[in-house]
Design a protein around this ligand. Structure first.
Ligand SMILES: *[C@@H]1O[C@H](CO)[C@@H](O)[C@H](O)[C@H]1NC(C)=O
Ligand SMILES: *[C@@H]1O[C@H](CO)[C@@H](O)[C@H](O)[C@H]1NC(C)=O
Ligand SMILES: *[C@@H]1O[C@H](CO)[C@@H](O)[C@H](O)[C@H]1NC(C)=O
Ligand SMILES: *[C@@H]1O[C@H](CO)[C@@H](O)[C@H](O)[C@H]1NC(C)=O
Length: 372
């Protein structure tokens, strides 16, 4: 895809800025061939290509407005219906060598894939120096990637893009695409990541996919994944906080609202809460293949469950993943005692300062806990 975009940019640079609108489709291939020809013949150097993104944008599906009851739907659902057919967006920040190239990517044992919106600078910064640190643990290589879209209007958007660009220069850990980074676009974000992975990191053994505000005990994860004797990443694994026997929330006020216009069926397949789950590289690539023929549902964790179901597989439950928070037995004890966290894999919702403190406490080899 990277090459494809380069070709698109090249065409733009050649003066086809007025090209009225180009939707990704089957014409793409012939179009590409022609431009590759042009490319070879003219060899015009391209310096700044970022300004021509707009012409290739996927078009709004105006027919969606004809769906029964459309006018009464909330704006974000309307946006979803207008744009849910768009699955390709140009990359603003790429990391083609994150895994040492597609061939060598089997050396990455645990790839941390963290959903992060552009504004969440503090969260990214604290993860970089705590559980998201790129390192070897037990001899296994851990790599980190933040996945992001764009947010904010005009100046704000420009500022946030500059922020990510600076972070990229310093840390080399951001994938950014030119789509709007909203809650209902998280599925799109996941699909774009998987597409990137297929191209650049198809053999990574395992992945942690999750939010930027969870406490993930990545040392424990490596130990757990190493203990899977029959699975080195080349077999199915998808585990986390298992959610079953639920269906779409039909209350328009809910963050998770899914009207019948988006999904008729009243049930969801089993899935793992999107705060954080572990999966094998094999399963990630399988999900990507399935996703190509499943219409987008704008709730990303449920969508993963749908892809698994289509492959005839399912998610499993891991006791150590507490995306709904940890049950602390008594109000008298410190909620943030490292002893509650030393054996978990993942817990939802930590502020950056709590994250920093907790990571350091759990790293302390002298940590004494009363194991009763
Ligand atoms: C919406 O439906 C009306 C009536 O069937 C039709 O005339 C119109 O072309 C449709 N609009 C779009 C954008 O498809
Ligand atoms: C546009 O929306 C209509 C109504 O939901 C749908 O039937 C049609 O398939 C959509 N077109 C595309 C290109 O997704
Ligand atoms: C998803 O991103 C696209 C591209 O930026 C945007 O047009 C669309 O409105 C977004 N959808 C939602 C539901 O926010
Ligand atoms: C992983 O295990 C499979 C057998 O399940 C084996 O064929 C493959 O070579 C192993 N891969 C690595 C990188 O060890």
């Amino acid at each position: 895809m990277r090459k494809k975009f380069r070709i698109f940019f090249f065409v733009g640079a050649l003066g086809l800025l007025a090209f009225p609108f180009f939707m990704y489709s089957d014409h793409q291939k012939t179009f590409q061939k022609n431009t590759a020809e042009n490319n070879r013949q003219k060899k015009t150097p391209i310096k700044n290509i970022s300004y021509i993104h707009s012409w290739e944008k996927c078009q709004q599906n105006l027919t969606a407005a004809n769906i029964t009851g459309f006018s009464n739907l909330p704006q974000n659902i309307k946006d979803f219906l207008f744009y849910c057919h768009c699955r390709h967006f140009p990359m603003l920040l790429d990391l083609p060598d994150k895994c040492g190239g597609a061939e060598k990517s089997g050396d990455v044992f645990l790839l941390l894939v963290i959903k992060s919106s552009p504004a969440n600078y503090e969260r990214r910064e604290v993860l970089r120096k705590t559980w998201g640190k790129e390192r070897l643990y037990n001899g296994m290589s851990i790599r980190r990637i933040f996945i992001s879209g764009v947010s904010g209007d005009s100046y704000e958007k420009e500022r946030l893009n500059n922020l990510l660009k600076l972070e990229q220069q310093e840390h080399r850990d951001v994938l950014q695409w030119d789509f709007s980074d909203t809650f209902y676009n998280l599925t799109l974000k996941q699909i774009l990541f998987l597409e990137w992975m297929e191209r650049n990191c198809p053999n990574a053994r395992f992945l942690l996919n999750g939010d930027d505000d969870v406490f993930a005990h990545t040392d424990n994860m490596v130990v757990y994944l190493q203990s899977l004797k029959e699975n080195n990443g080349s077999r199915h694994l998808f585990t986390g906080h298992l959610i079953q026997n639920v269906g779409p929330i039909r209350a328009a006020g809910s963050k998770y609202f899914i009207p019948v216009q988006v999904q008729k069926s009243d049930t969801y397949p089993p899935y793992c809460g999107g705060g954080g789950f572990l999966l094998s590289g094999y399963t990630a690539m399988l999900i990507y293949r399935m996703s190509k023929s499943i219409p987008v549902l704008p709730i990303d964790d449920v969508y993963m469950g749908m892809c698994l179901a289509k492959a005839g597989l399912g998610p499993s439950s891991h006791m150590g993943v507490k995306t709904a928070g940890l049950h602390i037995p008594s109000k008298k004890v410190d909620n943030f005692s490292p002893c509650f966290y030393k054996d978990v894999l993942l817990v939802h919702r930590f502020l950056p300062a709590q994250m920093y403190l907790m990571w350091h406490s759990t790293q302390n080899p002298k940590l004494k806990c009363d194991d009763t």
